[in-house]
Design a protein around this ligand. Structure first.
Ligand code: PHE
Length: 445
C-alpha cells in the first residue's frame, strides 16, 4: 500500500525504534521513579508489564503500520475499511496523536534542561559539590525564563528534523548516534559503580520488598512501561510503516525491548551508587534526581567537565530521537490530507506544543502551588498521558489485533513458530488486556 519511504537493512528500523524507546524515560525518569516508589518491587512490576503487556502491544502496533504503510490514524482507518469494521477505530489513532503532542510539551522542557547541562561547567575545588549541584538545579528550575529558553531550543531542533522528513534524517542519524549512547551509558555505569556504593544499589534494585507496593505504584509501573517503550500512542506504529518488508516483527521487537530495558537498568546503576554514597543527595528526589547526581559524579573525574558535557549531549540525542517520534504521528496524518506541506504543519504544531509546555515550566515555579486533584499542571499531564492515555491506547490495540482481526491474518503476517505464536496469542488476547483493566480497577478503588 502507498508508501515509498522504507528504511534499508534491518538495523535502521531497530535503531530508530530503539531511538524512540530509549530516551528520557530510561535515563531520567526510570531512576527517579524507582527511587520514589520503593526500589526493586517497582522494578519487578515494571519488568512484568514490559514483557506481558508492552511486547504484544508493540508487535501489534508495528504489524498495523507495516501492513497498511500509512500514518497511524489512516492506517487504522484503512484497516477498518478493509476488514469492514466499525469506523471508530480511527479514534484510537487520534487519541494517540494527541497523547504524542501532549507528552512532547513537557518532554521538551526536561530535554531542554538536559541540554542546558551540556554547557554547565562546575567551578573548581568546591567544598560540597552535591550541595552546589542541588542549588544549581533549584536555580535553573525556579527561573521560568531560563526554562522557556531551553524548551524553545529543544523544540526547534525537533521540528527541524521532523520538518525535513524523518526517513533520511532519522535513518542516518540513529545509525551513528545510538551506538555512542550505548557505549557511554555502559561507561558511566561502570564508573559510578566503582566510585559509589554498588552493593546498596544492587540490593535496592533487585531485592524486592513487596510490602511497600500500593495501587498507585502498580499503575505508575505500568504507565512507565508504556512510556519507556513508546507504545500506546502510535509512535512505533508510525515507524512500522517504514519497516522493510522482509524484516521479522517478533524478533525485532524482542531486540528493541531488551535494549530499552538494558538502558533503563544501566541508568539506575549509573545514578544510584552516587546517591547512596552522598549523604546530601536524596534517593526520592523526584524529577531533579539525574540533574543533581550525575554532575557530582563527573566532578570528581579527571577531565570531568568534558565527560559531563558529552554525557548530556548524549541524553539530549536520546531525547531527540524520541521526541521526533512523538511528533511524527500527528504530522504524518495531516500531511496525508495533502492540504499543507510538512514544514508548515510542524511549525503550527510546534507553536501549540510550545504554549502547552509553558504550563509545565510554570509548574516548577510560579504555578507550583496551583493543584488540580492534588497534582500540578505538569503532574496532571504526566499522569493523564502515561497512566491513562497510553495504557488505554494499548488496551484497544490488543483488542483490535487479538479479538477483532482474524487469527489467520496474524499468523500470515507474523510468521512465528507454532510454540511462539501460541504464547504470543495468549498474551495478546488474555494477559495484556485483562492486566491493563485489572490495574486500572485496582488503582481506582
Ligand atoms: N520512550 C520515550 C522515552 O523513554 C518517550 C516516548 C513515549 C517516545 C511515547 C515516544 C512515544 O523517553
Amino acid at each position: 500500500m502507498g508508501n515509498n519511504k522504507i528504511w534499508q537493512g534491518n538495523s535502521t528500523f531497530i535503531l530508530a525504534a530503539a531511538g524512540s524507546a530509549v530516551g528520557l524515560g530510561n535515563i531520567w525518569k526510570f531512576p527517579y521513579m524507582v527511587g520514589s516508589n520503593g526500589g526493586s518491587a517497582f522494578v519487578i512490576i515494571y519488568l512484568i508489564c514490559i514483557f506481558a503487556i508492552g511486547f504484544p502491544v508493540m508487535v501489534s502496533e508495528i504489524l498495523i503500520g507495516k501492513y497498511v504503510r500509512k500514518s497511524p490514524i489512516n492506517s487504522l482507518k484503512k484497516l477498518s475499511e478493509e476488514f469492514k469494521l466499525n469506523t471508530n477505530w480511527k479514534f484510537l489513532g487520534i487519541l494517540g496523536a494527541l497523547a504524542g503532542v501532549t507528552i512532547l510539551s513537557y518532554y521538551s522542557v526536561f530535554a531542554g534542561m538536559a541540554f542546558s547541562y551540556v554547557f554547565k561547567i562546575f567551578p573548581q575545588s568546591l567544598e560540597n559539590p552535591s550541595q552546589y549541584s542541588s542549588d544549581y538545579f533549584l536555580y535553573l528550575s525556579s527561573s521560568p525564563l531560563n526554562l522557556v529558553f531551553w524548551h524553545t531550543i529543544f523544540l526547534f531542533f525537533t521540528s527541524i528534523i521532523v520538518g525535513l522528513g524523518v526517513v533520511r534524517g532519522i535513518g542516518r542519524s540513529v545509525n551513528v548516534l545510538m551506538p555512542f549512547l550505548f557505549f557511554f551509558i555502559i561507561l558511566v555505569s561502570i564508573y559510578s559503580s566503582y566510585i559509589g556504593d554498588l552493593e546498596k544499589t544492587i540490593s535496592f534494585l533487585f531485592n524486592p520488598d513487596f510490602s511497600v507496593i500500593t495501587p498507585q505504584i502498580v499503575i505508575s509501573a505500568m504507565g512507565q512501561a508504556f512510556f519507556s517503550l513508546s507504545v500506546g500512542m502510535g509512535a512505533i506504529m508510525a515507524y512500522g510503516a517504514y519497516m522493510p518488508e522482509k524484516q521479522m516483527i517478533g524478533k525485532t521487537v524482542l531486540v528493541i525491548i531488551l535494549l530499552d530495558t538494558f538502558v533503563a537498568l544501566a541508568a539506575g546503576i549509573a545514578i544510584f551508587p552516587i546517591v547512596f554514597s552522598n549523604s546530601s543527595l536524596q534517593i526520592s528526589a523526584g524529577p531533579g534526581l539525574i540533574f543533581e547526581t550525575l554532575p557530582v559524579a563527573f566532578y570528581s573525574l579527571p577531565l570531568g567537565s568534558i565527560f559531563s558535557c558529552i554525557f548530556f549531549i548524549l541524553i539530549t540525542i536520546a531525547a531527540l530521537s524520541s521526541s521526533i517520534s512523538l511528533l511524527e504521528p500527528f504530522t504524518a496524518w495531516i500531511e496525508e490530507t495533502g492540504k499543507m506541506n510538512r514544514i508548515s504543519i510542524v511549525f503550527f504544531l510546534s507553536i501549540l506544543i510550545w504554549i502547552l509546555g509553558l504550563g509545565s515550566i510554570f509548574s516548577f515555579n510560579i504555578w507550583s502551588e496551583l493543584k488540580l486533584f492534588g497534582l500540578t499542571f505538569l503532574g496532571l499531564l504526566d499522569y493523564l498521558t502515561n497512566n491513562i492515555m497510553l495504557p488505554l491506547g494499548g488496551f484497544f490495540v490488543t483488542v483490535l489485533i487479538g479479538w477483532v482481526l482474524p487469527k489467520e491474518f496474524l499468523k500470515e503476517h507474523l510468521k512465528l513458530t507454532e510454540t511462539f505464536f501460541y504464547w504470543f496469542y495468549l498474551t495478546l488476547r488474555f494477559i495484556a488486556p485483562s492486566s491493563i483493566i485489572l490495574i486500572f480497577l485496582y488503582s481506582a478503588f
